[in-house]
Design a protein around this ligand. Structure first.
Ligand code: XMP
Length: 518
């Protein structure tokens, strides 16, 4: 892989994604790894990420001695650029001119290999207090800004380069080109990370891991479980049984999507557990969000365990192969966040309700462990899954249960389902899906307001629209939906959904608001 060194900011994962977009497999590695640990992962190139520290501070994150001597091509970004400069004999100093945000950058008359093929003047995105004040011997300076004379350099003989700006963020105009120039031309790599290769590779691994045993998989209707299940099915066919728990908190058409479209496109053997009565029974009278989440999580596990016991019994009775494996749609960011990377604060706190406990007596099959979300989608398409499933926006495990503020009842679910379906329809019709990360629709079941409709007074509930744009759900901004679309949604919901006489828009970013209301 191309190894992206994590210096403790959140840039490493994004860089790893951009490297994959350039067609090369990448992994994140902590800066504290030893040269042996680097070598063990057979790096084709190393990218040093940005980080919050100053290289001259005591205790600043520092690559182990020997890593820079590995004879592997290296690109330094921001802090990585500075650490590269400092370690190879250049100088880095605190200057009084901090650069933060969009910065006008000018390339040298000869932009070298790293910056070739792009405009002489461009906007890059910077975030630094220190600057490289002297390039190491043998390095050519390739770009400057008003306050930073050395903003990029390279040494082709050493196959080593660096930029002060962040080429991985979209605000850097030609950022992807910088990464590609490094990977293809400085490091001499040829792109080979393609969907077909990923699928072939996974199919082989799954077969080797599973052998003749039987496997079960929990489908949630979400993208990750849909794609991991389809991959496993491609590898082992009917050795796999998929389980779908209908907890009664699904959106309109969701169950049909899984039972019909998904099964048709994959041919997977599916068992649906009809558990709405049980779930809604346990939710009766419950209004506290955490209590709701706990109940839904617990009941999900119970329902799943029941099926699992049935399948194990069935296998025993028929003398068939034992049920030994469970498919899980774990993604690469989860792997990095739970210790695969280092130094990054653990920000995500919610446990995956709708997920399964660790003490199930199964070995895990995790075919998406190396992948980012966009790659999962691309593979789902390659496997022929319906767009309605692959292009699906995130939806929480506890479903509509945490989008009704107040007690969850069948009537309220029905109201919310209708309103949600209308909002989704109109957003799709307006071509806004790509712009929106997700748009929770929330029913304020305990709030009423006065309205007028036809000739009469109404006293109904408000519906909240919560459209957000985000890269990873950790932070988000509210999406600026065109007024016409908002108006269409509002008109339709108030006209078509009984009990709703008001539609309001949530204009809070995250933080301080979370994406969901509960
Ligand atoms: P918040 O509300 O914390 O949501 O800003 C961040 C993202 O996580 C989703 N979410 C969940 N997903 N189980 C899940 O699988 C949950 O319990 C859960 N709670 C929130 C939410 O939809 C958003 O995408």
């Amino acid at each position: 892989p191309v190894l992206v060194v994590d210096f403790g900011a959140q840039y490493a994962q994004l860089i790893a994604r951009r490297v994959r977009e350039a067609g090369l497999y990448s992994e994140v590695i902590p800066y504290s790894a030893t040269p042996e640990e680097f070598t063990a992962r057979a790096p084709r190139a190393i990218v040093l990420s940005g980080g919050p520290s100053s290289v001259n501070d005591e205790g600043a994150p520092r690559l182990a001695d020997g890593v820079l001597d590995l004879d592997v091509p290296i690109l330094g970004i921001c802090y990585g650029f500075q650490t590269l400069a400092a370690r190879l004999g250049g100088t880095v100093a605190r200057t009084d001119k901090r650069e933060y945000g969009s910065t006008h950058t000018r390339l040298a008359a000869d932009p070298g290999t790293l910056l070739k093929g792009m405009p002489q003047e461009q906007t890059t995105w910077m975030s630094h207090g220190d600057s490289v004040t002297g390039a190491p011997l043998g390095f050519t300076v390739l770009a400057s800004t008003e306050s930073t004379p050395i903003a990029a350099f390279e040494n082709l003989e050493r196959r080593c380069a660096g930029v002060q700006w962040h080429p991985e963020v979209l605000h850097s105009e030609h950022g992807q080109k910088v990464l590609e120039n490094f990977l293809y031309d400085v490091a001499g790599l040829t792109p080979d990370w393609t969907n077909e290769n990923i699928i072939d590779d996974q199919v082989e691994r799954i077969r080797a891991q599973v052998g003749e045993a039987r496997v079960i998989s929990a489908l949630s209707g979400g993208v990750d479980s849909a794609v991991s299940t389809a991959l496993v099915h491609k590898a082992i066919g009917d050795q796999l049984t998929a389980v779908f728990v209908d907890h009664g908190l699904l959106r309109k058409g969701e169950r049909e999507q899984v039972e019909k479209d998904y099964v048709e496109s994959t041919g997977v053997r599916l068992i649906t557990v009809d558990a709405a009565d049980t779930f809604l029974g346990h939710l009766e009278g419950v209004t506290d969000p955490e209590a709701k989440r706990k109940i839904i999580g617990r009941e999900f596990i119970r329902a799943f365990e029941q099926v699992q016991r049935d399948l194990v019994e069935e296998a025993k009775a028929s003398g068939g192969a034992p049920v030994k494996f469970l498919v899980q749609g774990t993604l690469y960011p989860d792997v990095v966040e739970s210790g695969g990377g280092a130094g990054t604060a653990n920000i995500k706190s919610h446990h995956n309700v709708g997920g399964l406990p660790d003490d199930l007596d199964f070995e895990l099959v995790e075919p998406l462990r190396a992948l980012f979300k966009d790659e999962v989608r691309a593979i789902g398409r390659e496997l022929g899954l319906p767009e309605a499933i692959v292009g699906r926006q995130p939806f929480p495990g506890p479903g509509l249960g945490i989008r009704i503020v107040g007690e969850v009842t069948r009537e309220r679910l029905e109201i919310l389902r209708e309103a949600d379906a209308i909002a989704r329809e109109e957003l799709t019709a307006a071509g806004l899906d790509a712009q929106i990360w997700q748009c929770p629709v929330v029913l304020l079941a305990d709030v009423r307001s006065v309205g007028v409709q036809g000739d009469g007074r109404t006293y109904g509930h408000p519906i909240v629209l919560r459209p957000v744009s985000s890269e990873d759900a950790m932070t988000a901004d509210w999406t600026r939906i065109p007024y016409d679309t908002l108006s269409a949604i509002s008109n339709r919901i108030t006209n078509e959904v009984d009990e709703i006489n008001r539609v309001v828009l949530d204009v809070t970013s995250k933080p301080p608001g979370t994406i969901e209301w509960e």
